[in-house]
Design a protein around this ligand. Structure first.
Ligand code: DC
Length: 226
């Protein structure tokens, strides 16, 4: 039977978003980008003047965060109290902020139920850092994507260039390495490979091929007992 709940984890730039979107499209599932939740919390807290180091205040804000996702099968829209923030959260600053706010235990605890409720009906692809390990440990399929740091920096640089930003690839590589270290070394829900995850290296693999491979895994090709 095709996996109904699919968890995709991995570091920044490993191709999670592209893969999750493609798999959701192919299977007619919902796509939940959990990084967007932490990015939205970073945006909301910044607007309210809450420090990204203040775990207690951030946890309280996370508990009442007015975030909603809508996925129309092609585009993921993220709203904060009804305002479309899909673009506003995609800046390097909000990536940095998301990594900062997400390391606090009260924040992760407050957002756990929200994430689980988004997967409760099945037919969902959820991507993040701790989906297979913490959020959805019972997921039918867990994938952990990896790619070389140079490749991940190149992808981020291409994304920013496409938006018309000035790009310093060395600075992007350094920021990615710093974010990896922080996401992997935090004490709560660190970035790590779930025991039962399938590791897929996306370096030099075209996105369509990654998606095809994951859809195959979801359908049970090559999965023991799948
Ligand atoms: O995938 P992304 O770049 O949008 O994620 C932004 C940050 O959010 C990432 O550096 C760490 C944090 N994050 C997390 O801690 N847990 C998740 N499930 C998803 C993202």
């Amino acid at each position: 039977m095709t996996a109904r709940v699919i968890a995709i984890d991995g570091p920044a730039g490993s191709g999670k978003g592209t893969a999750a979107r493609g798999v959701a499209e192919a299977l007619g599932y919902a796509w939940v980008d959990t990084g967007a939740i932490y990015r939205t919390l970073a945006l909301a807290s910044g607007r309210q003047g809450i420090d990204w180091d203040d775990g207690e205040a951030l946890g309280q804000l996370a508990a009442v965060l007015g975030i909603a996702f809508s996925w129309d099968g092609a585009r993921l829209t993220v709203t904060l109290d009804g305002e479309d923030v899909s673009e506003a959260i995609r800046t390097p600053e909000m990536g940095h902020g998301a990594s900062a706010v997400s390391r606090h235990r009260p924040v992760r605890a407050a957002l756990l139920d929200l994430q689980r409720s988004l997967a409760a009906d099945g037919g969902v692809v959820m991507d993040g850092r701790d989906i297979g390990t913490v959020v959805l440990p019972e997921a039918d399929l867990k994938v952990y994507l990896v790619a070389s740091v140079d490749e991940r920096a190149r992808r981020r640089a291409d994304e920013l260039r496409a938006k018309g930003d000035d790009v310093d690839t060395d600075a992007i590589r350094e920021a990615i390495e710093a974010r990896d270290t922080r996401d992997a070394s935090r004490s709560v829900a660190p970035l790590k490979v779930a025991r039962d995850a399938i590791v897929v290296d996306t370096t030099d693999v075209p996105p369509a091929e990654v998606v095809a491979r994951l859809v195959g895994l979801a359908r049970g090709d090559g999965v023991v007992g799948g």
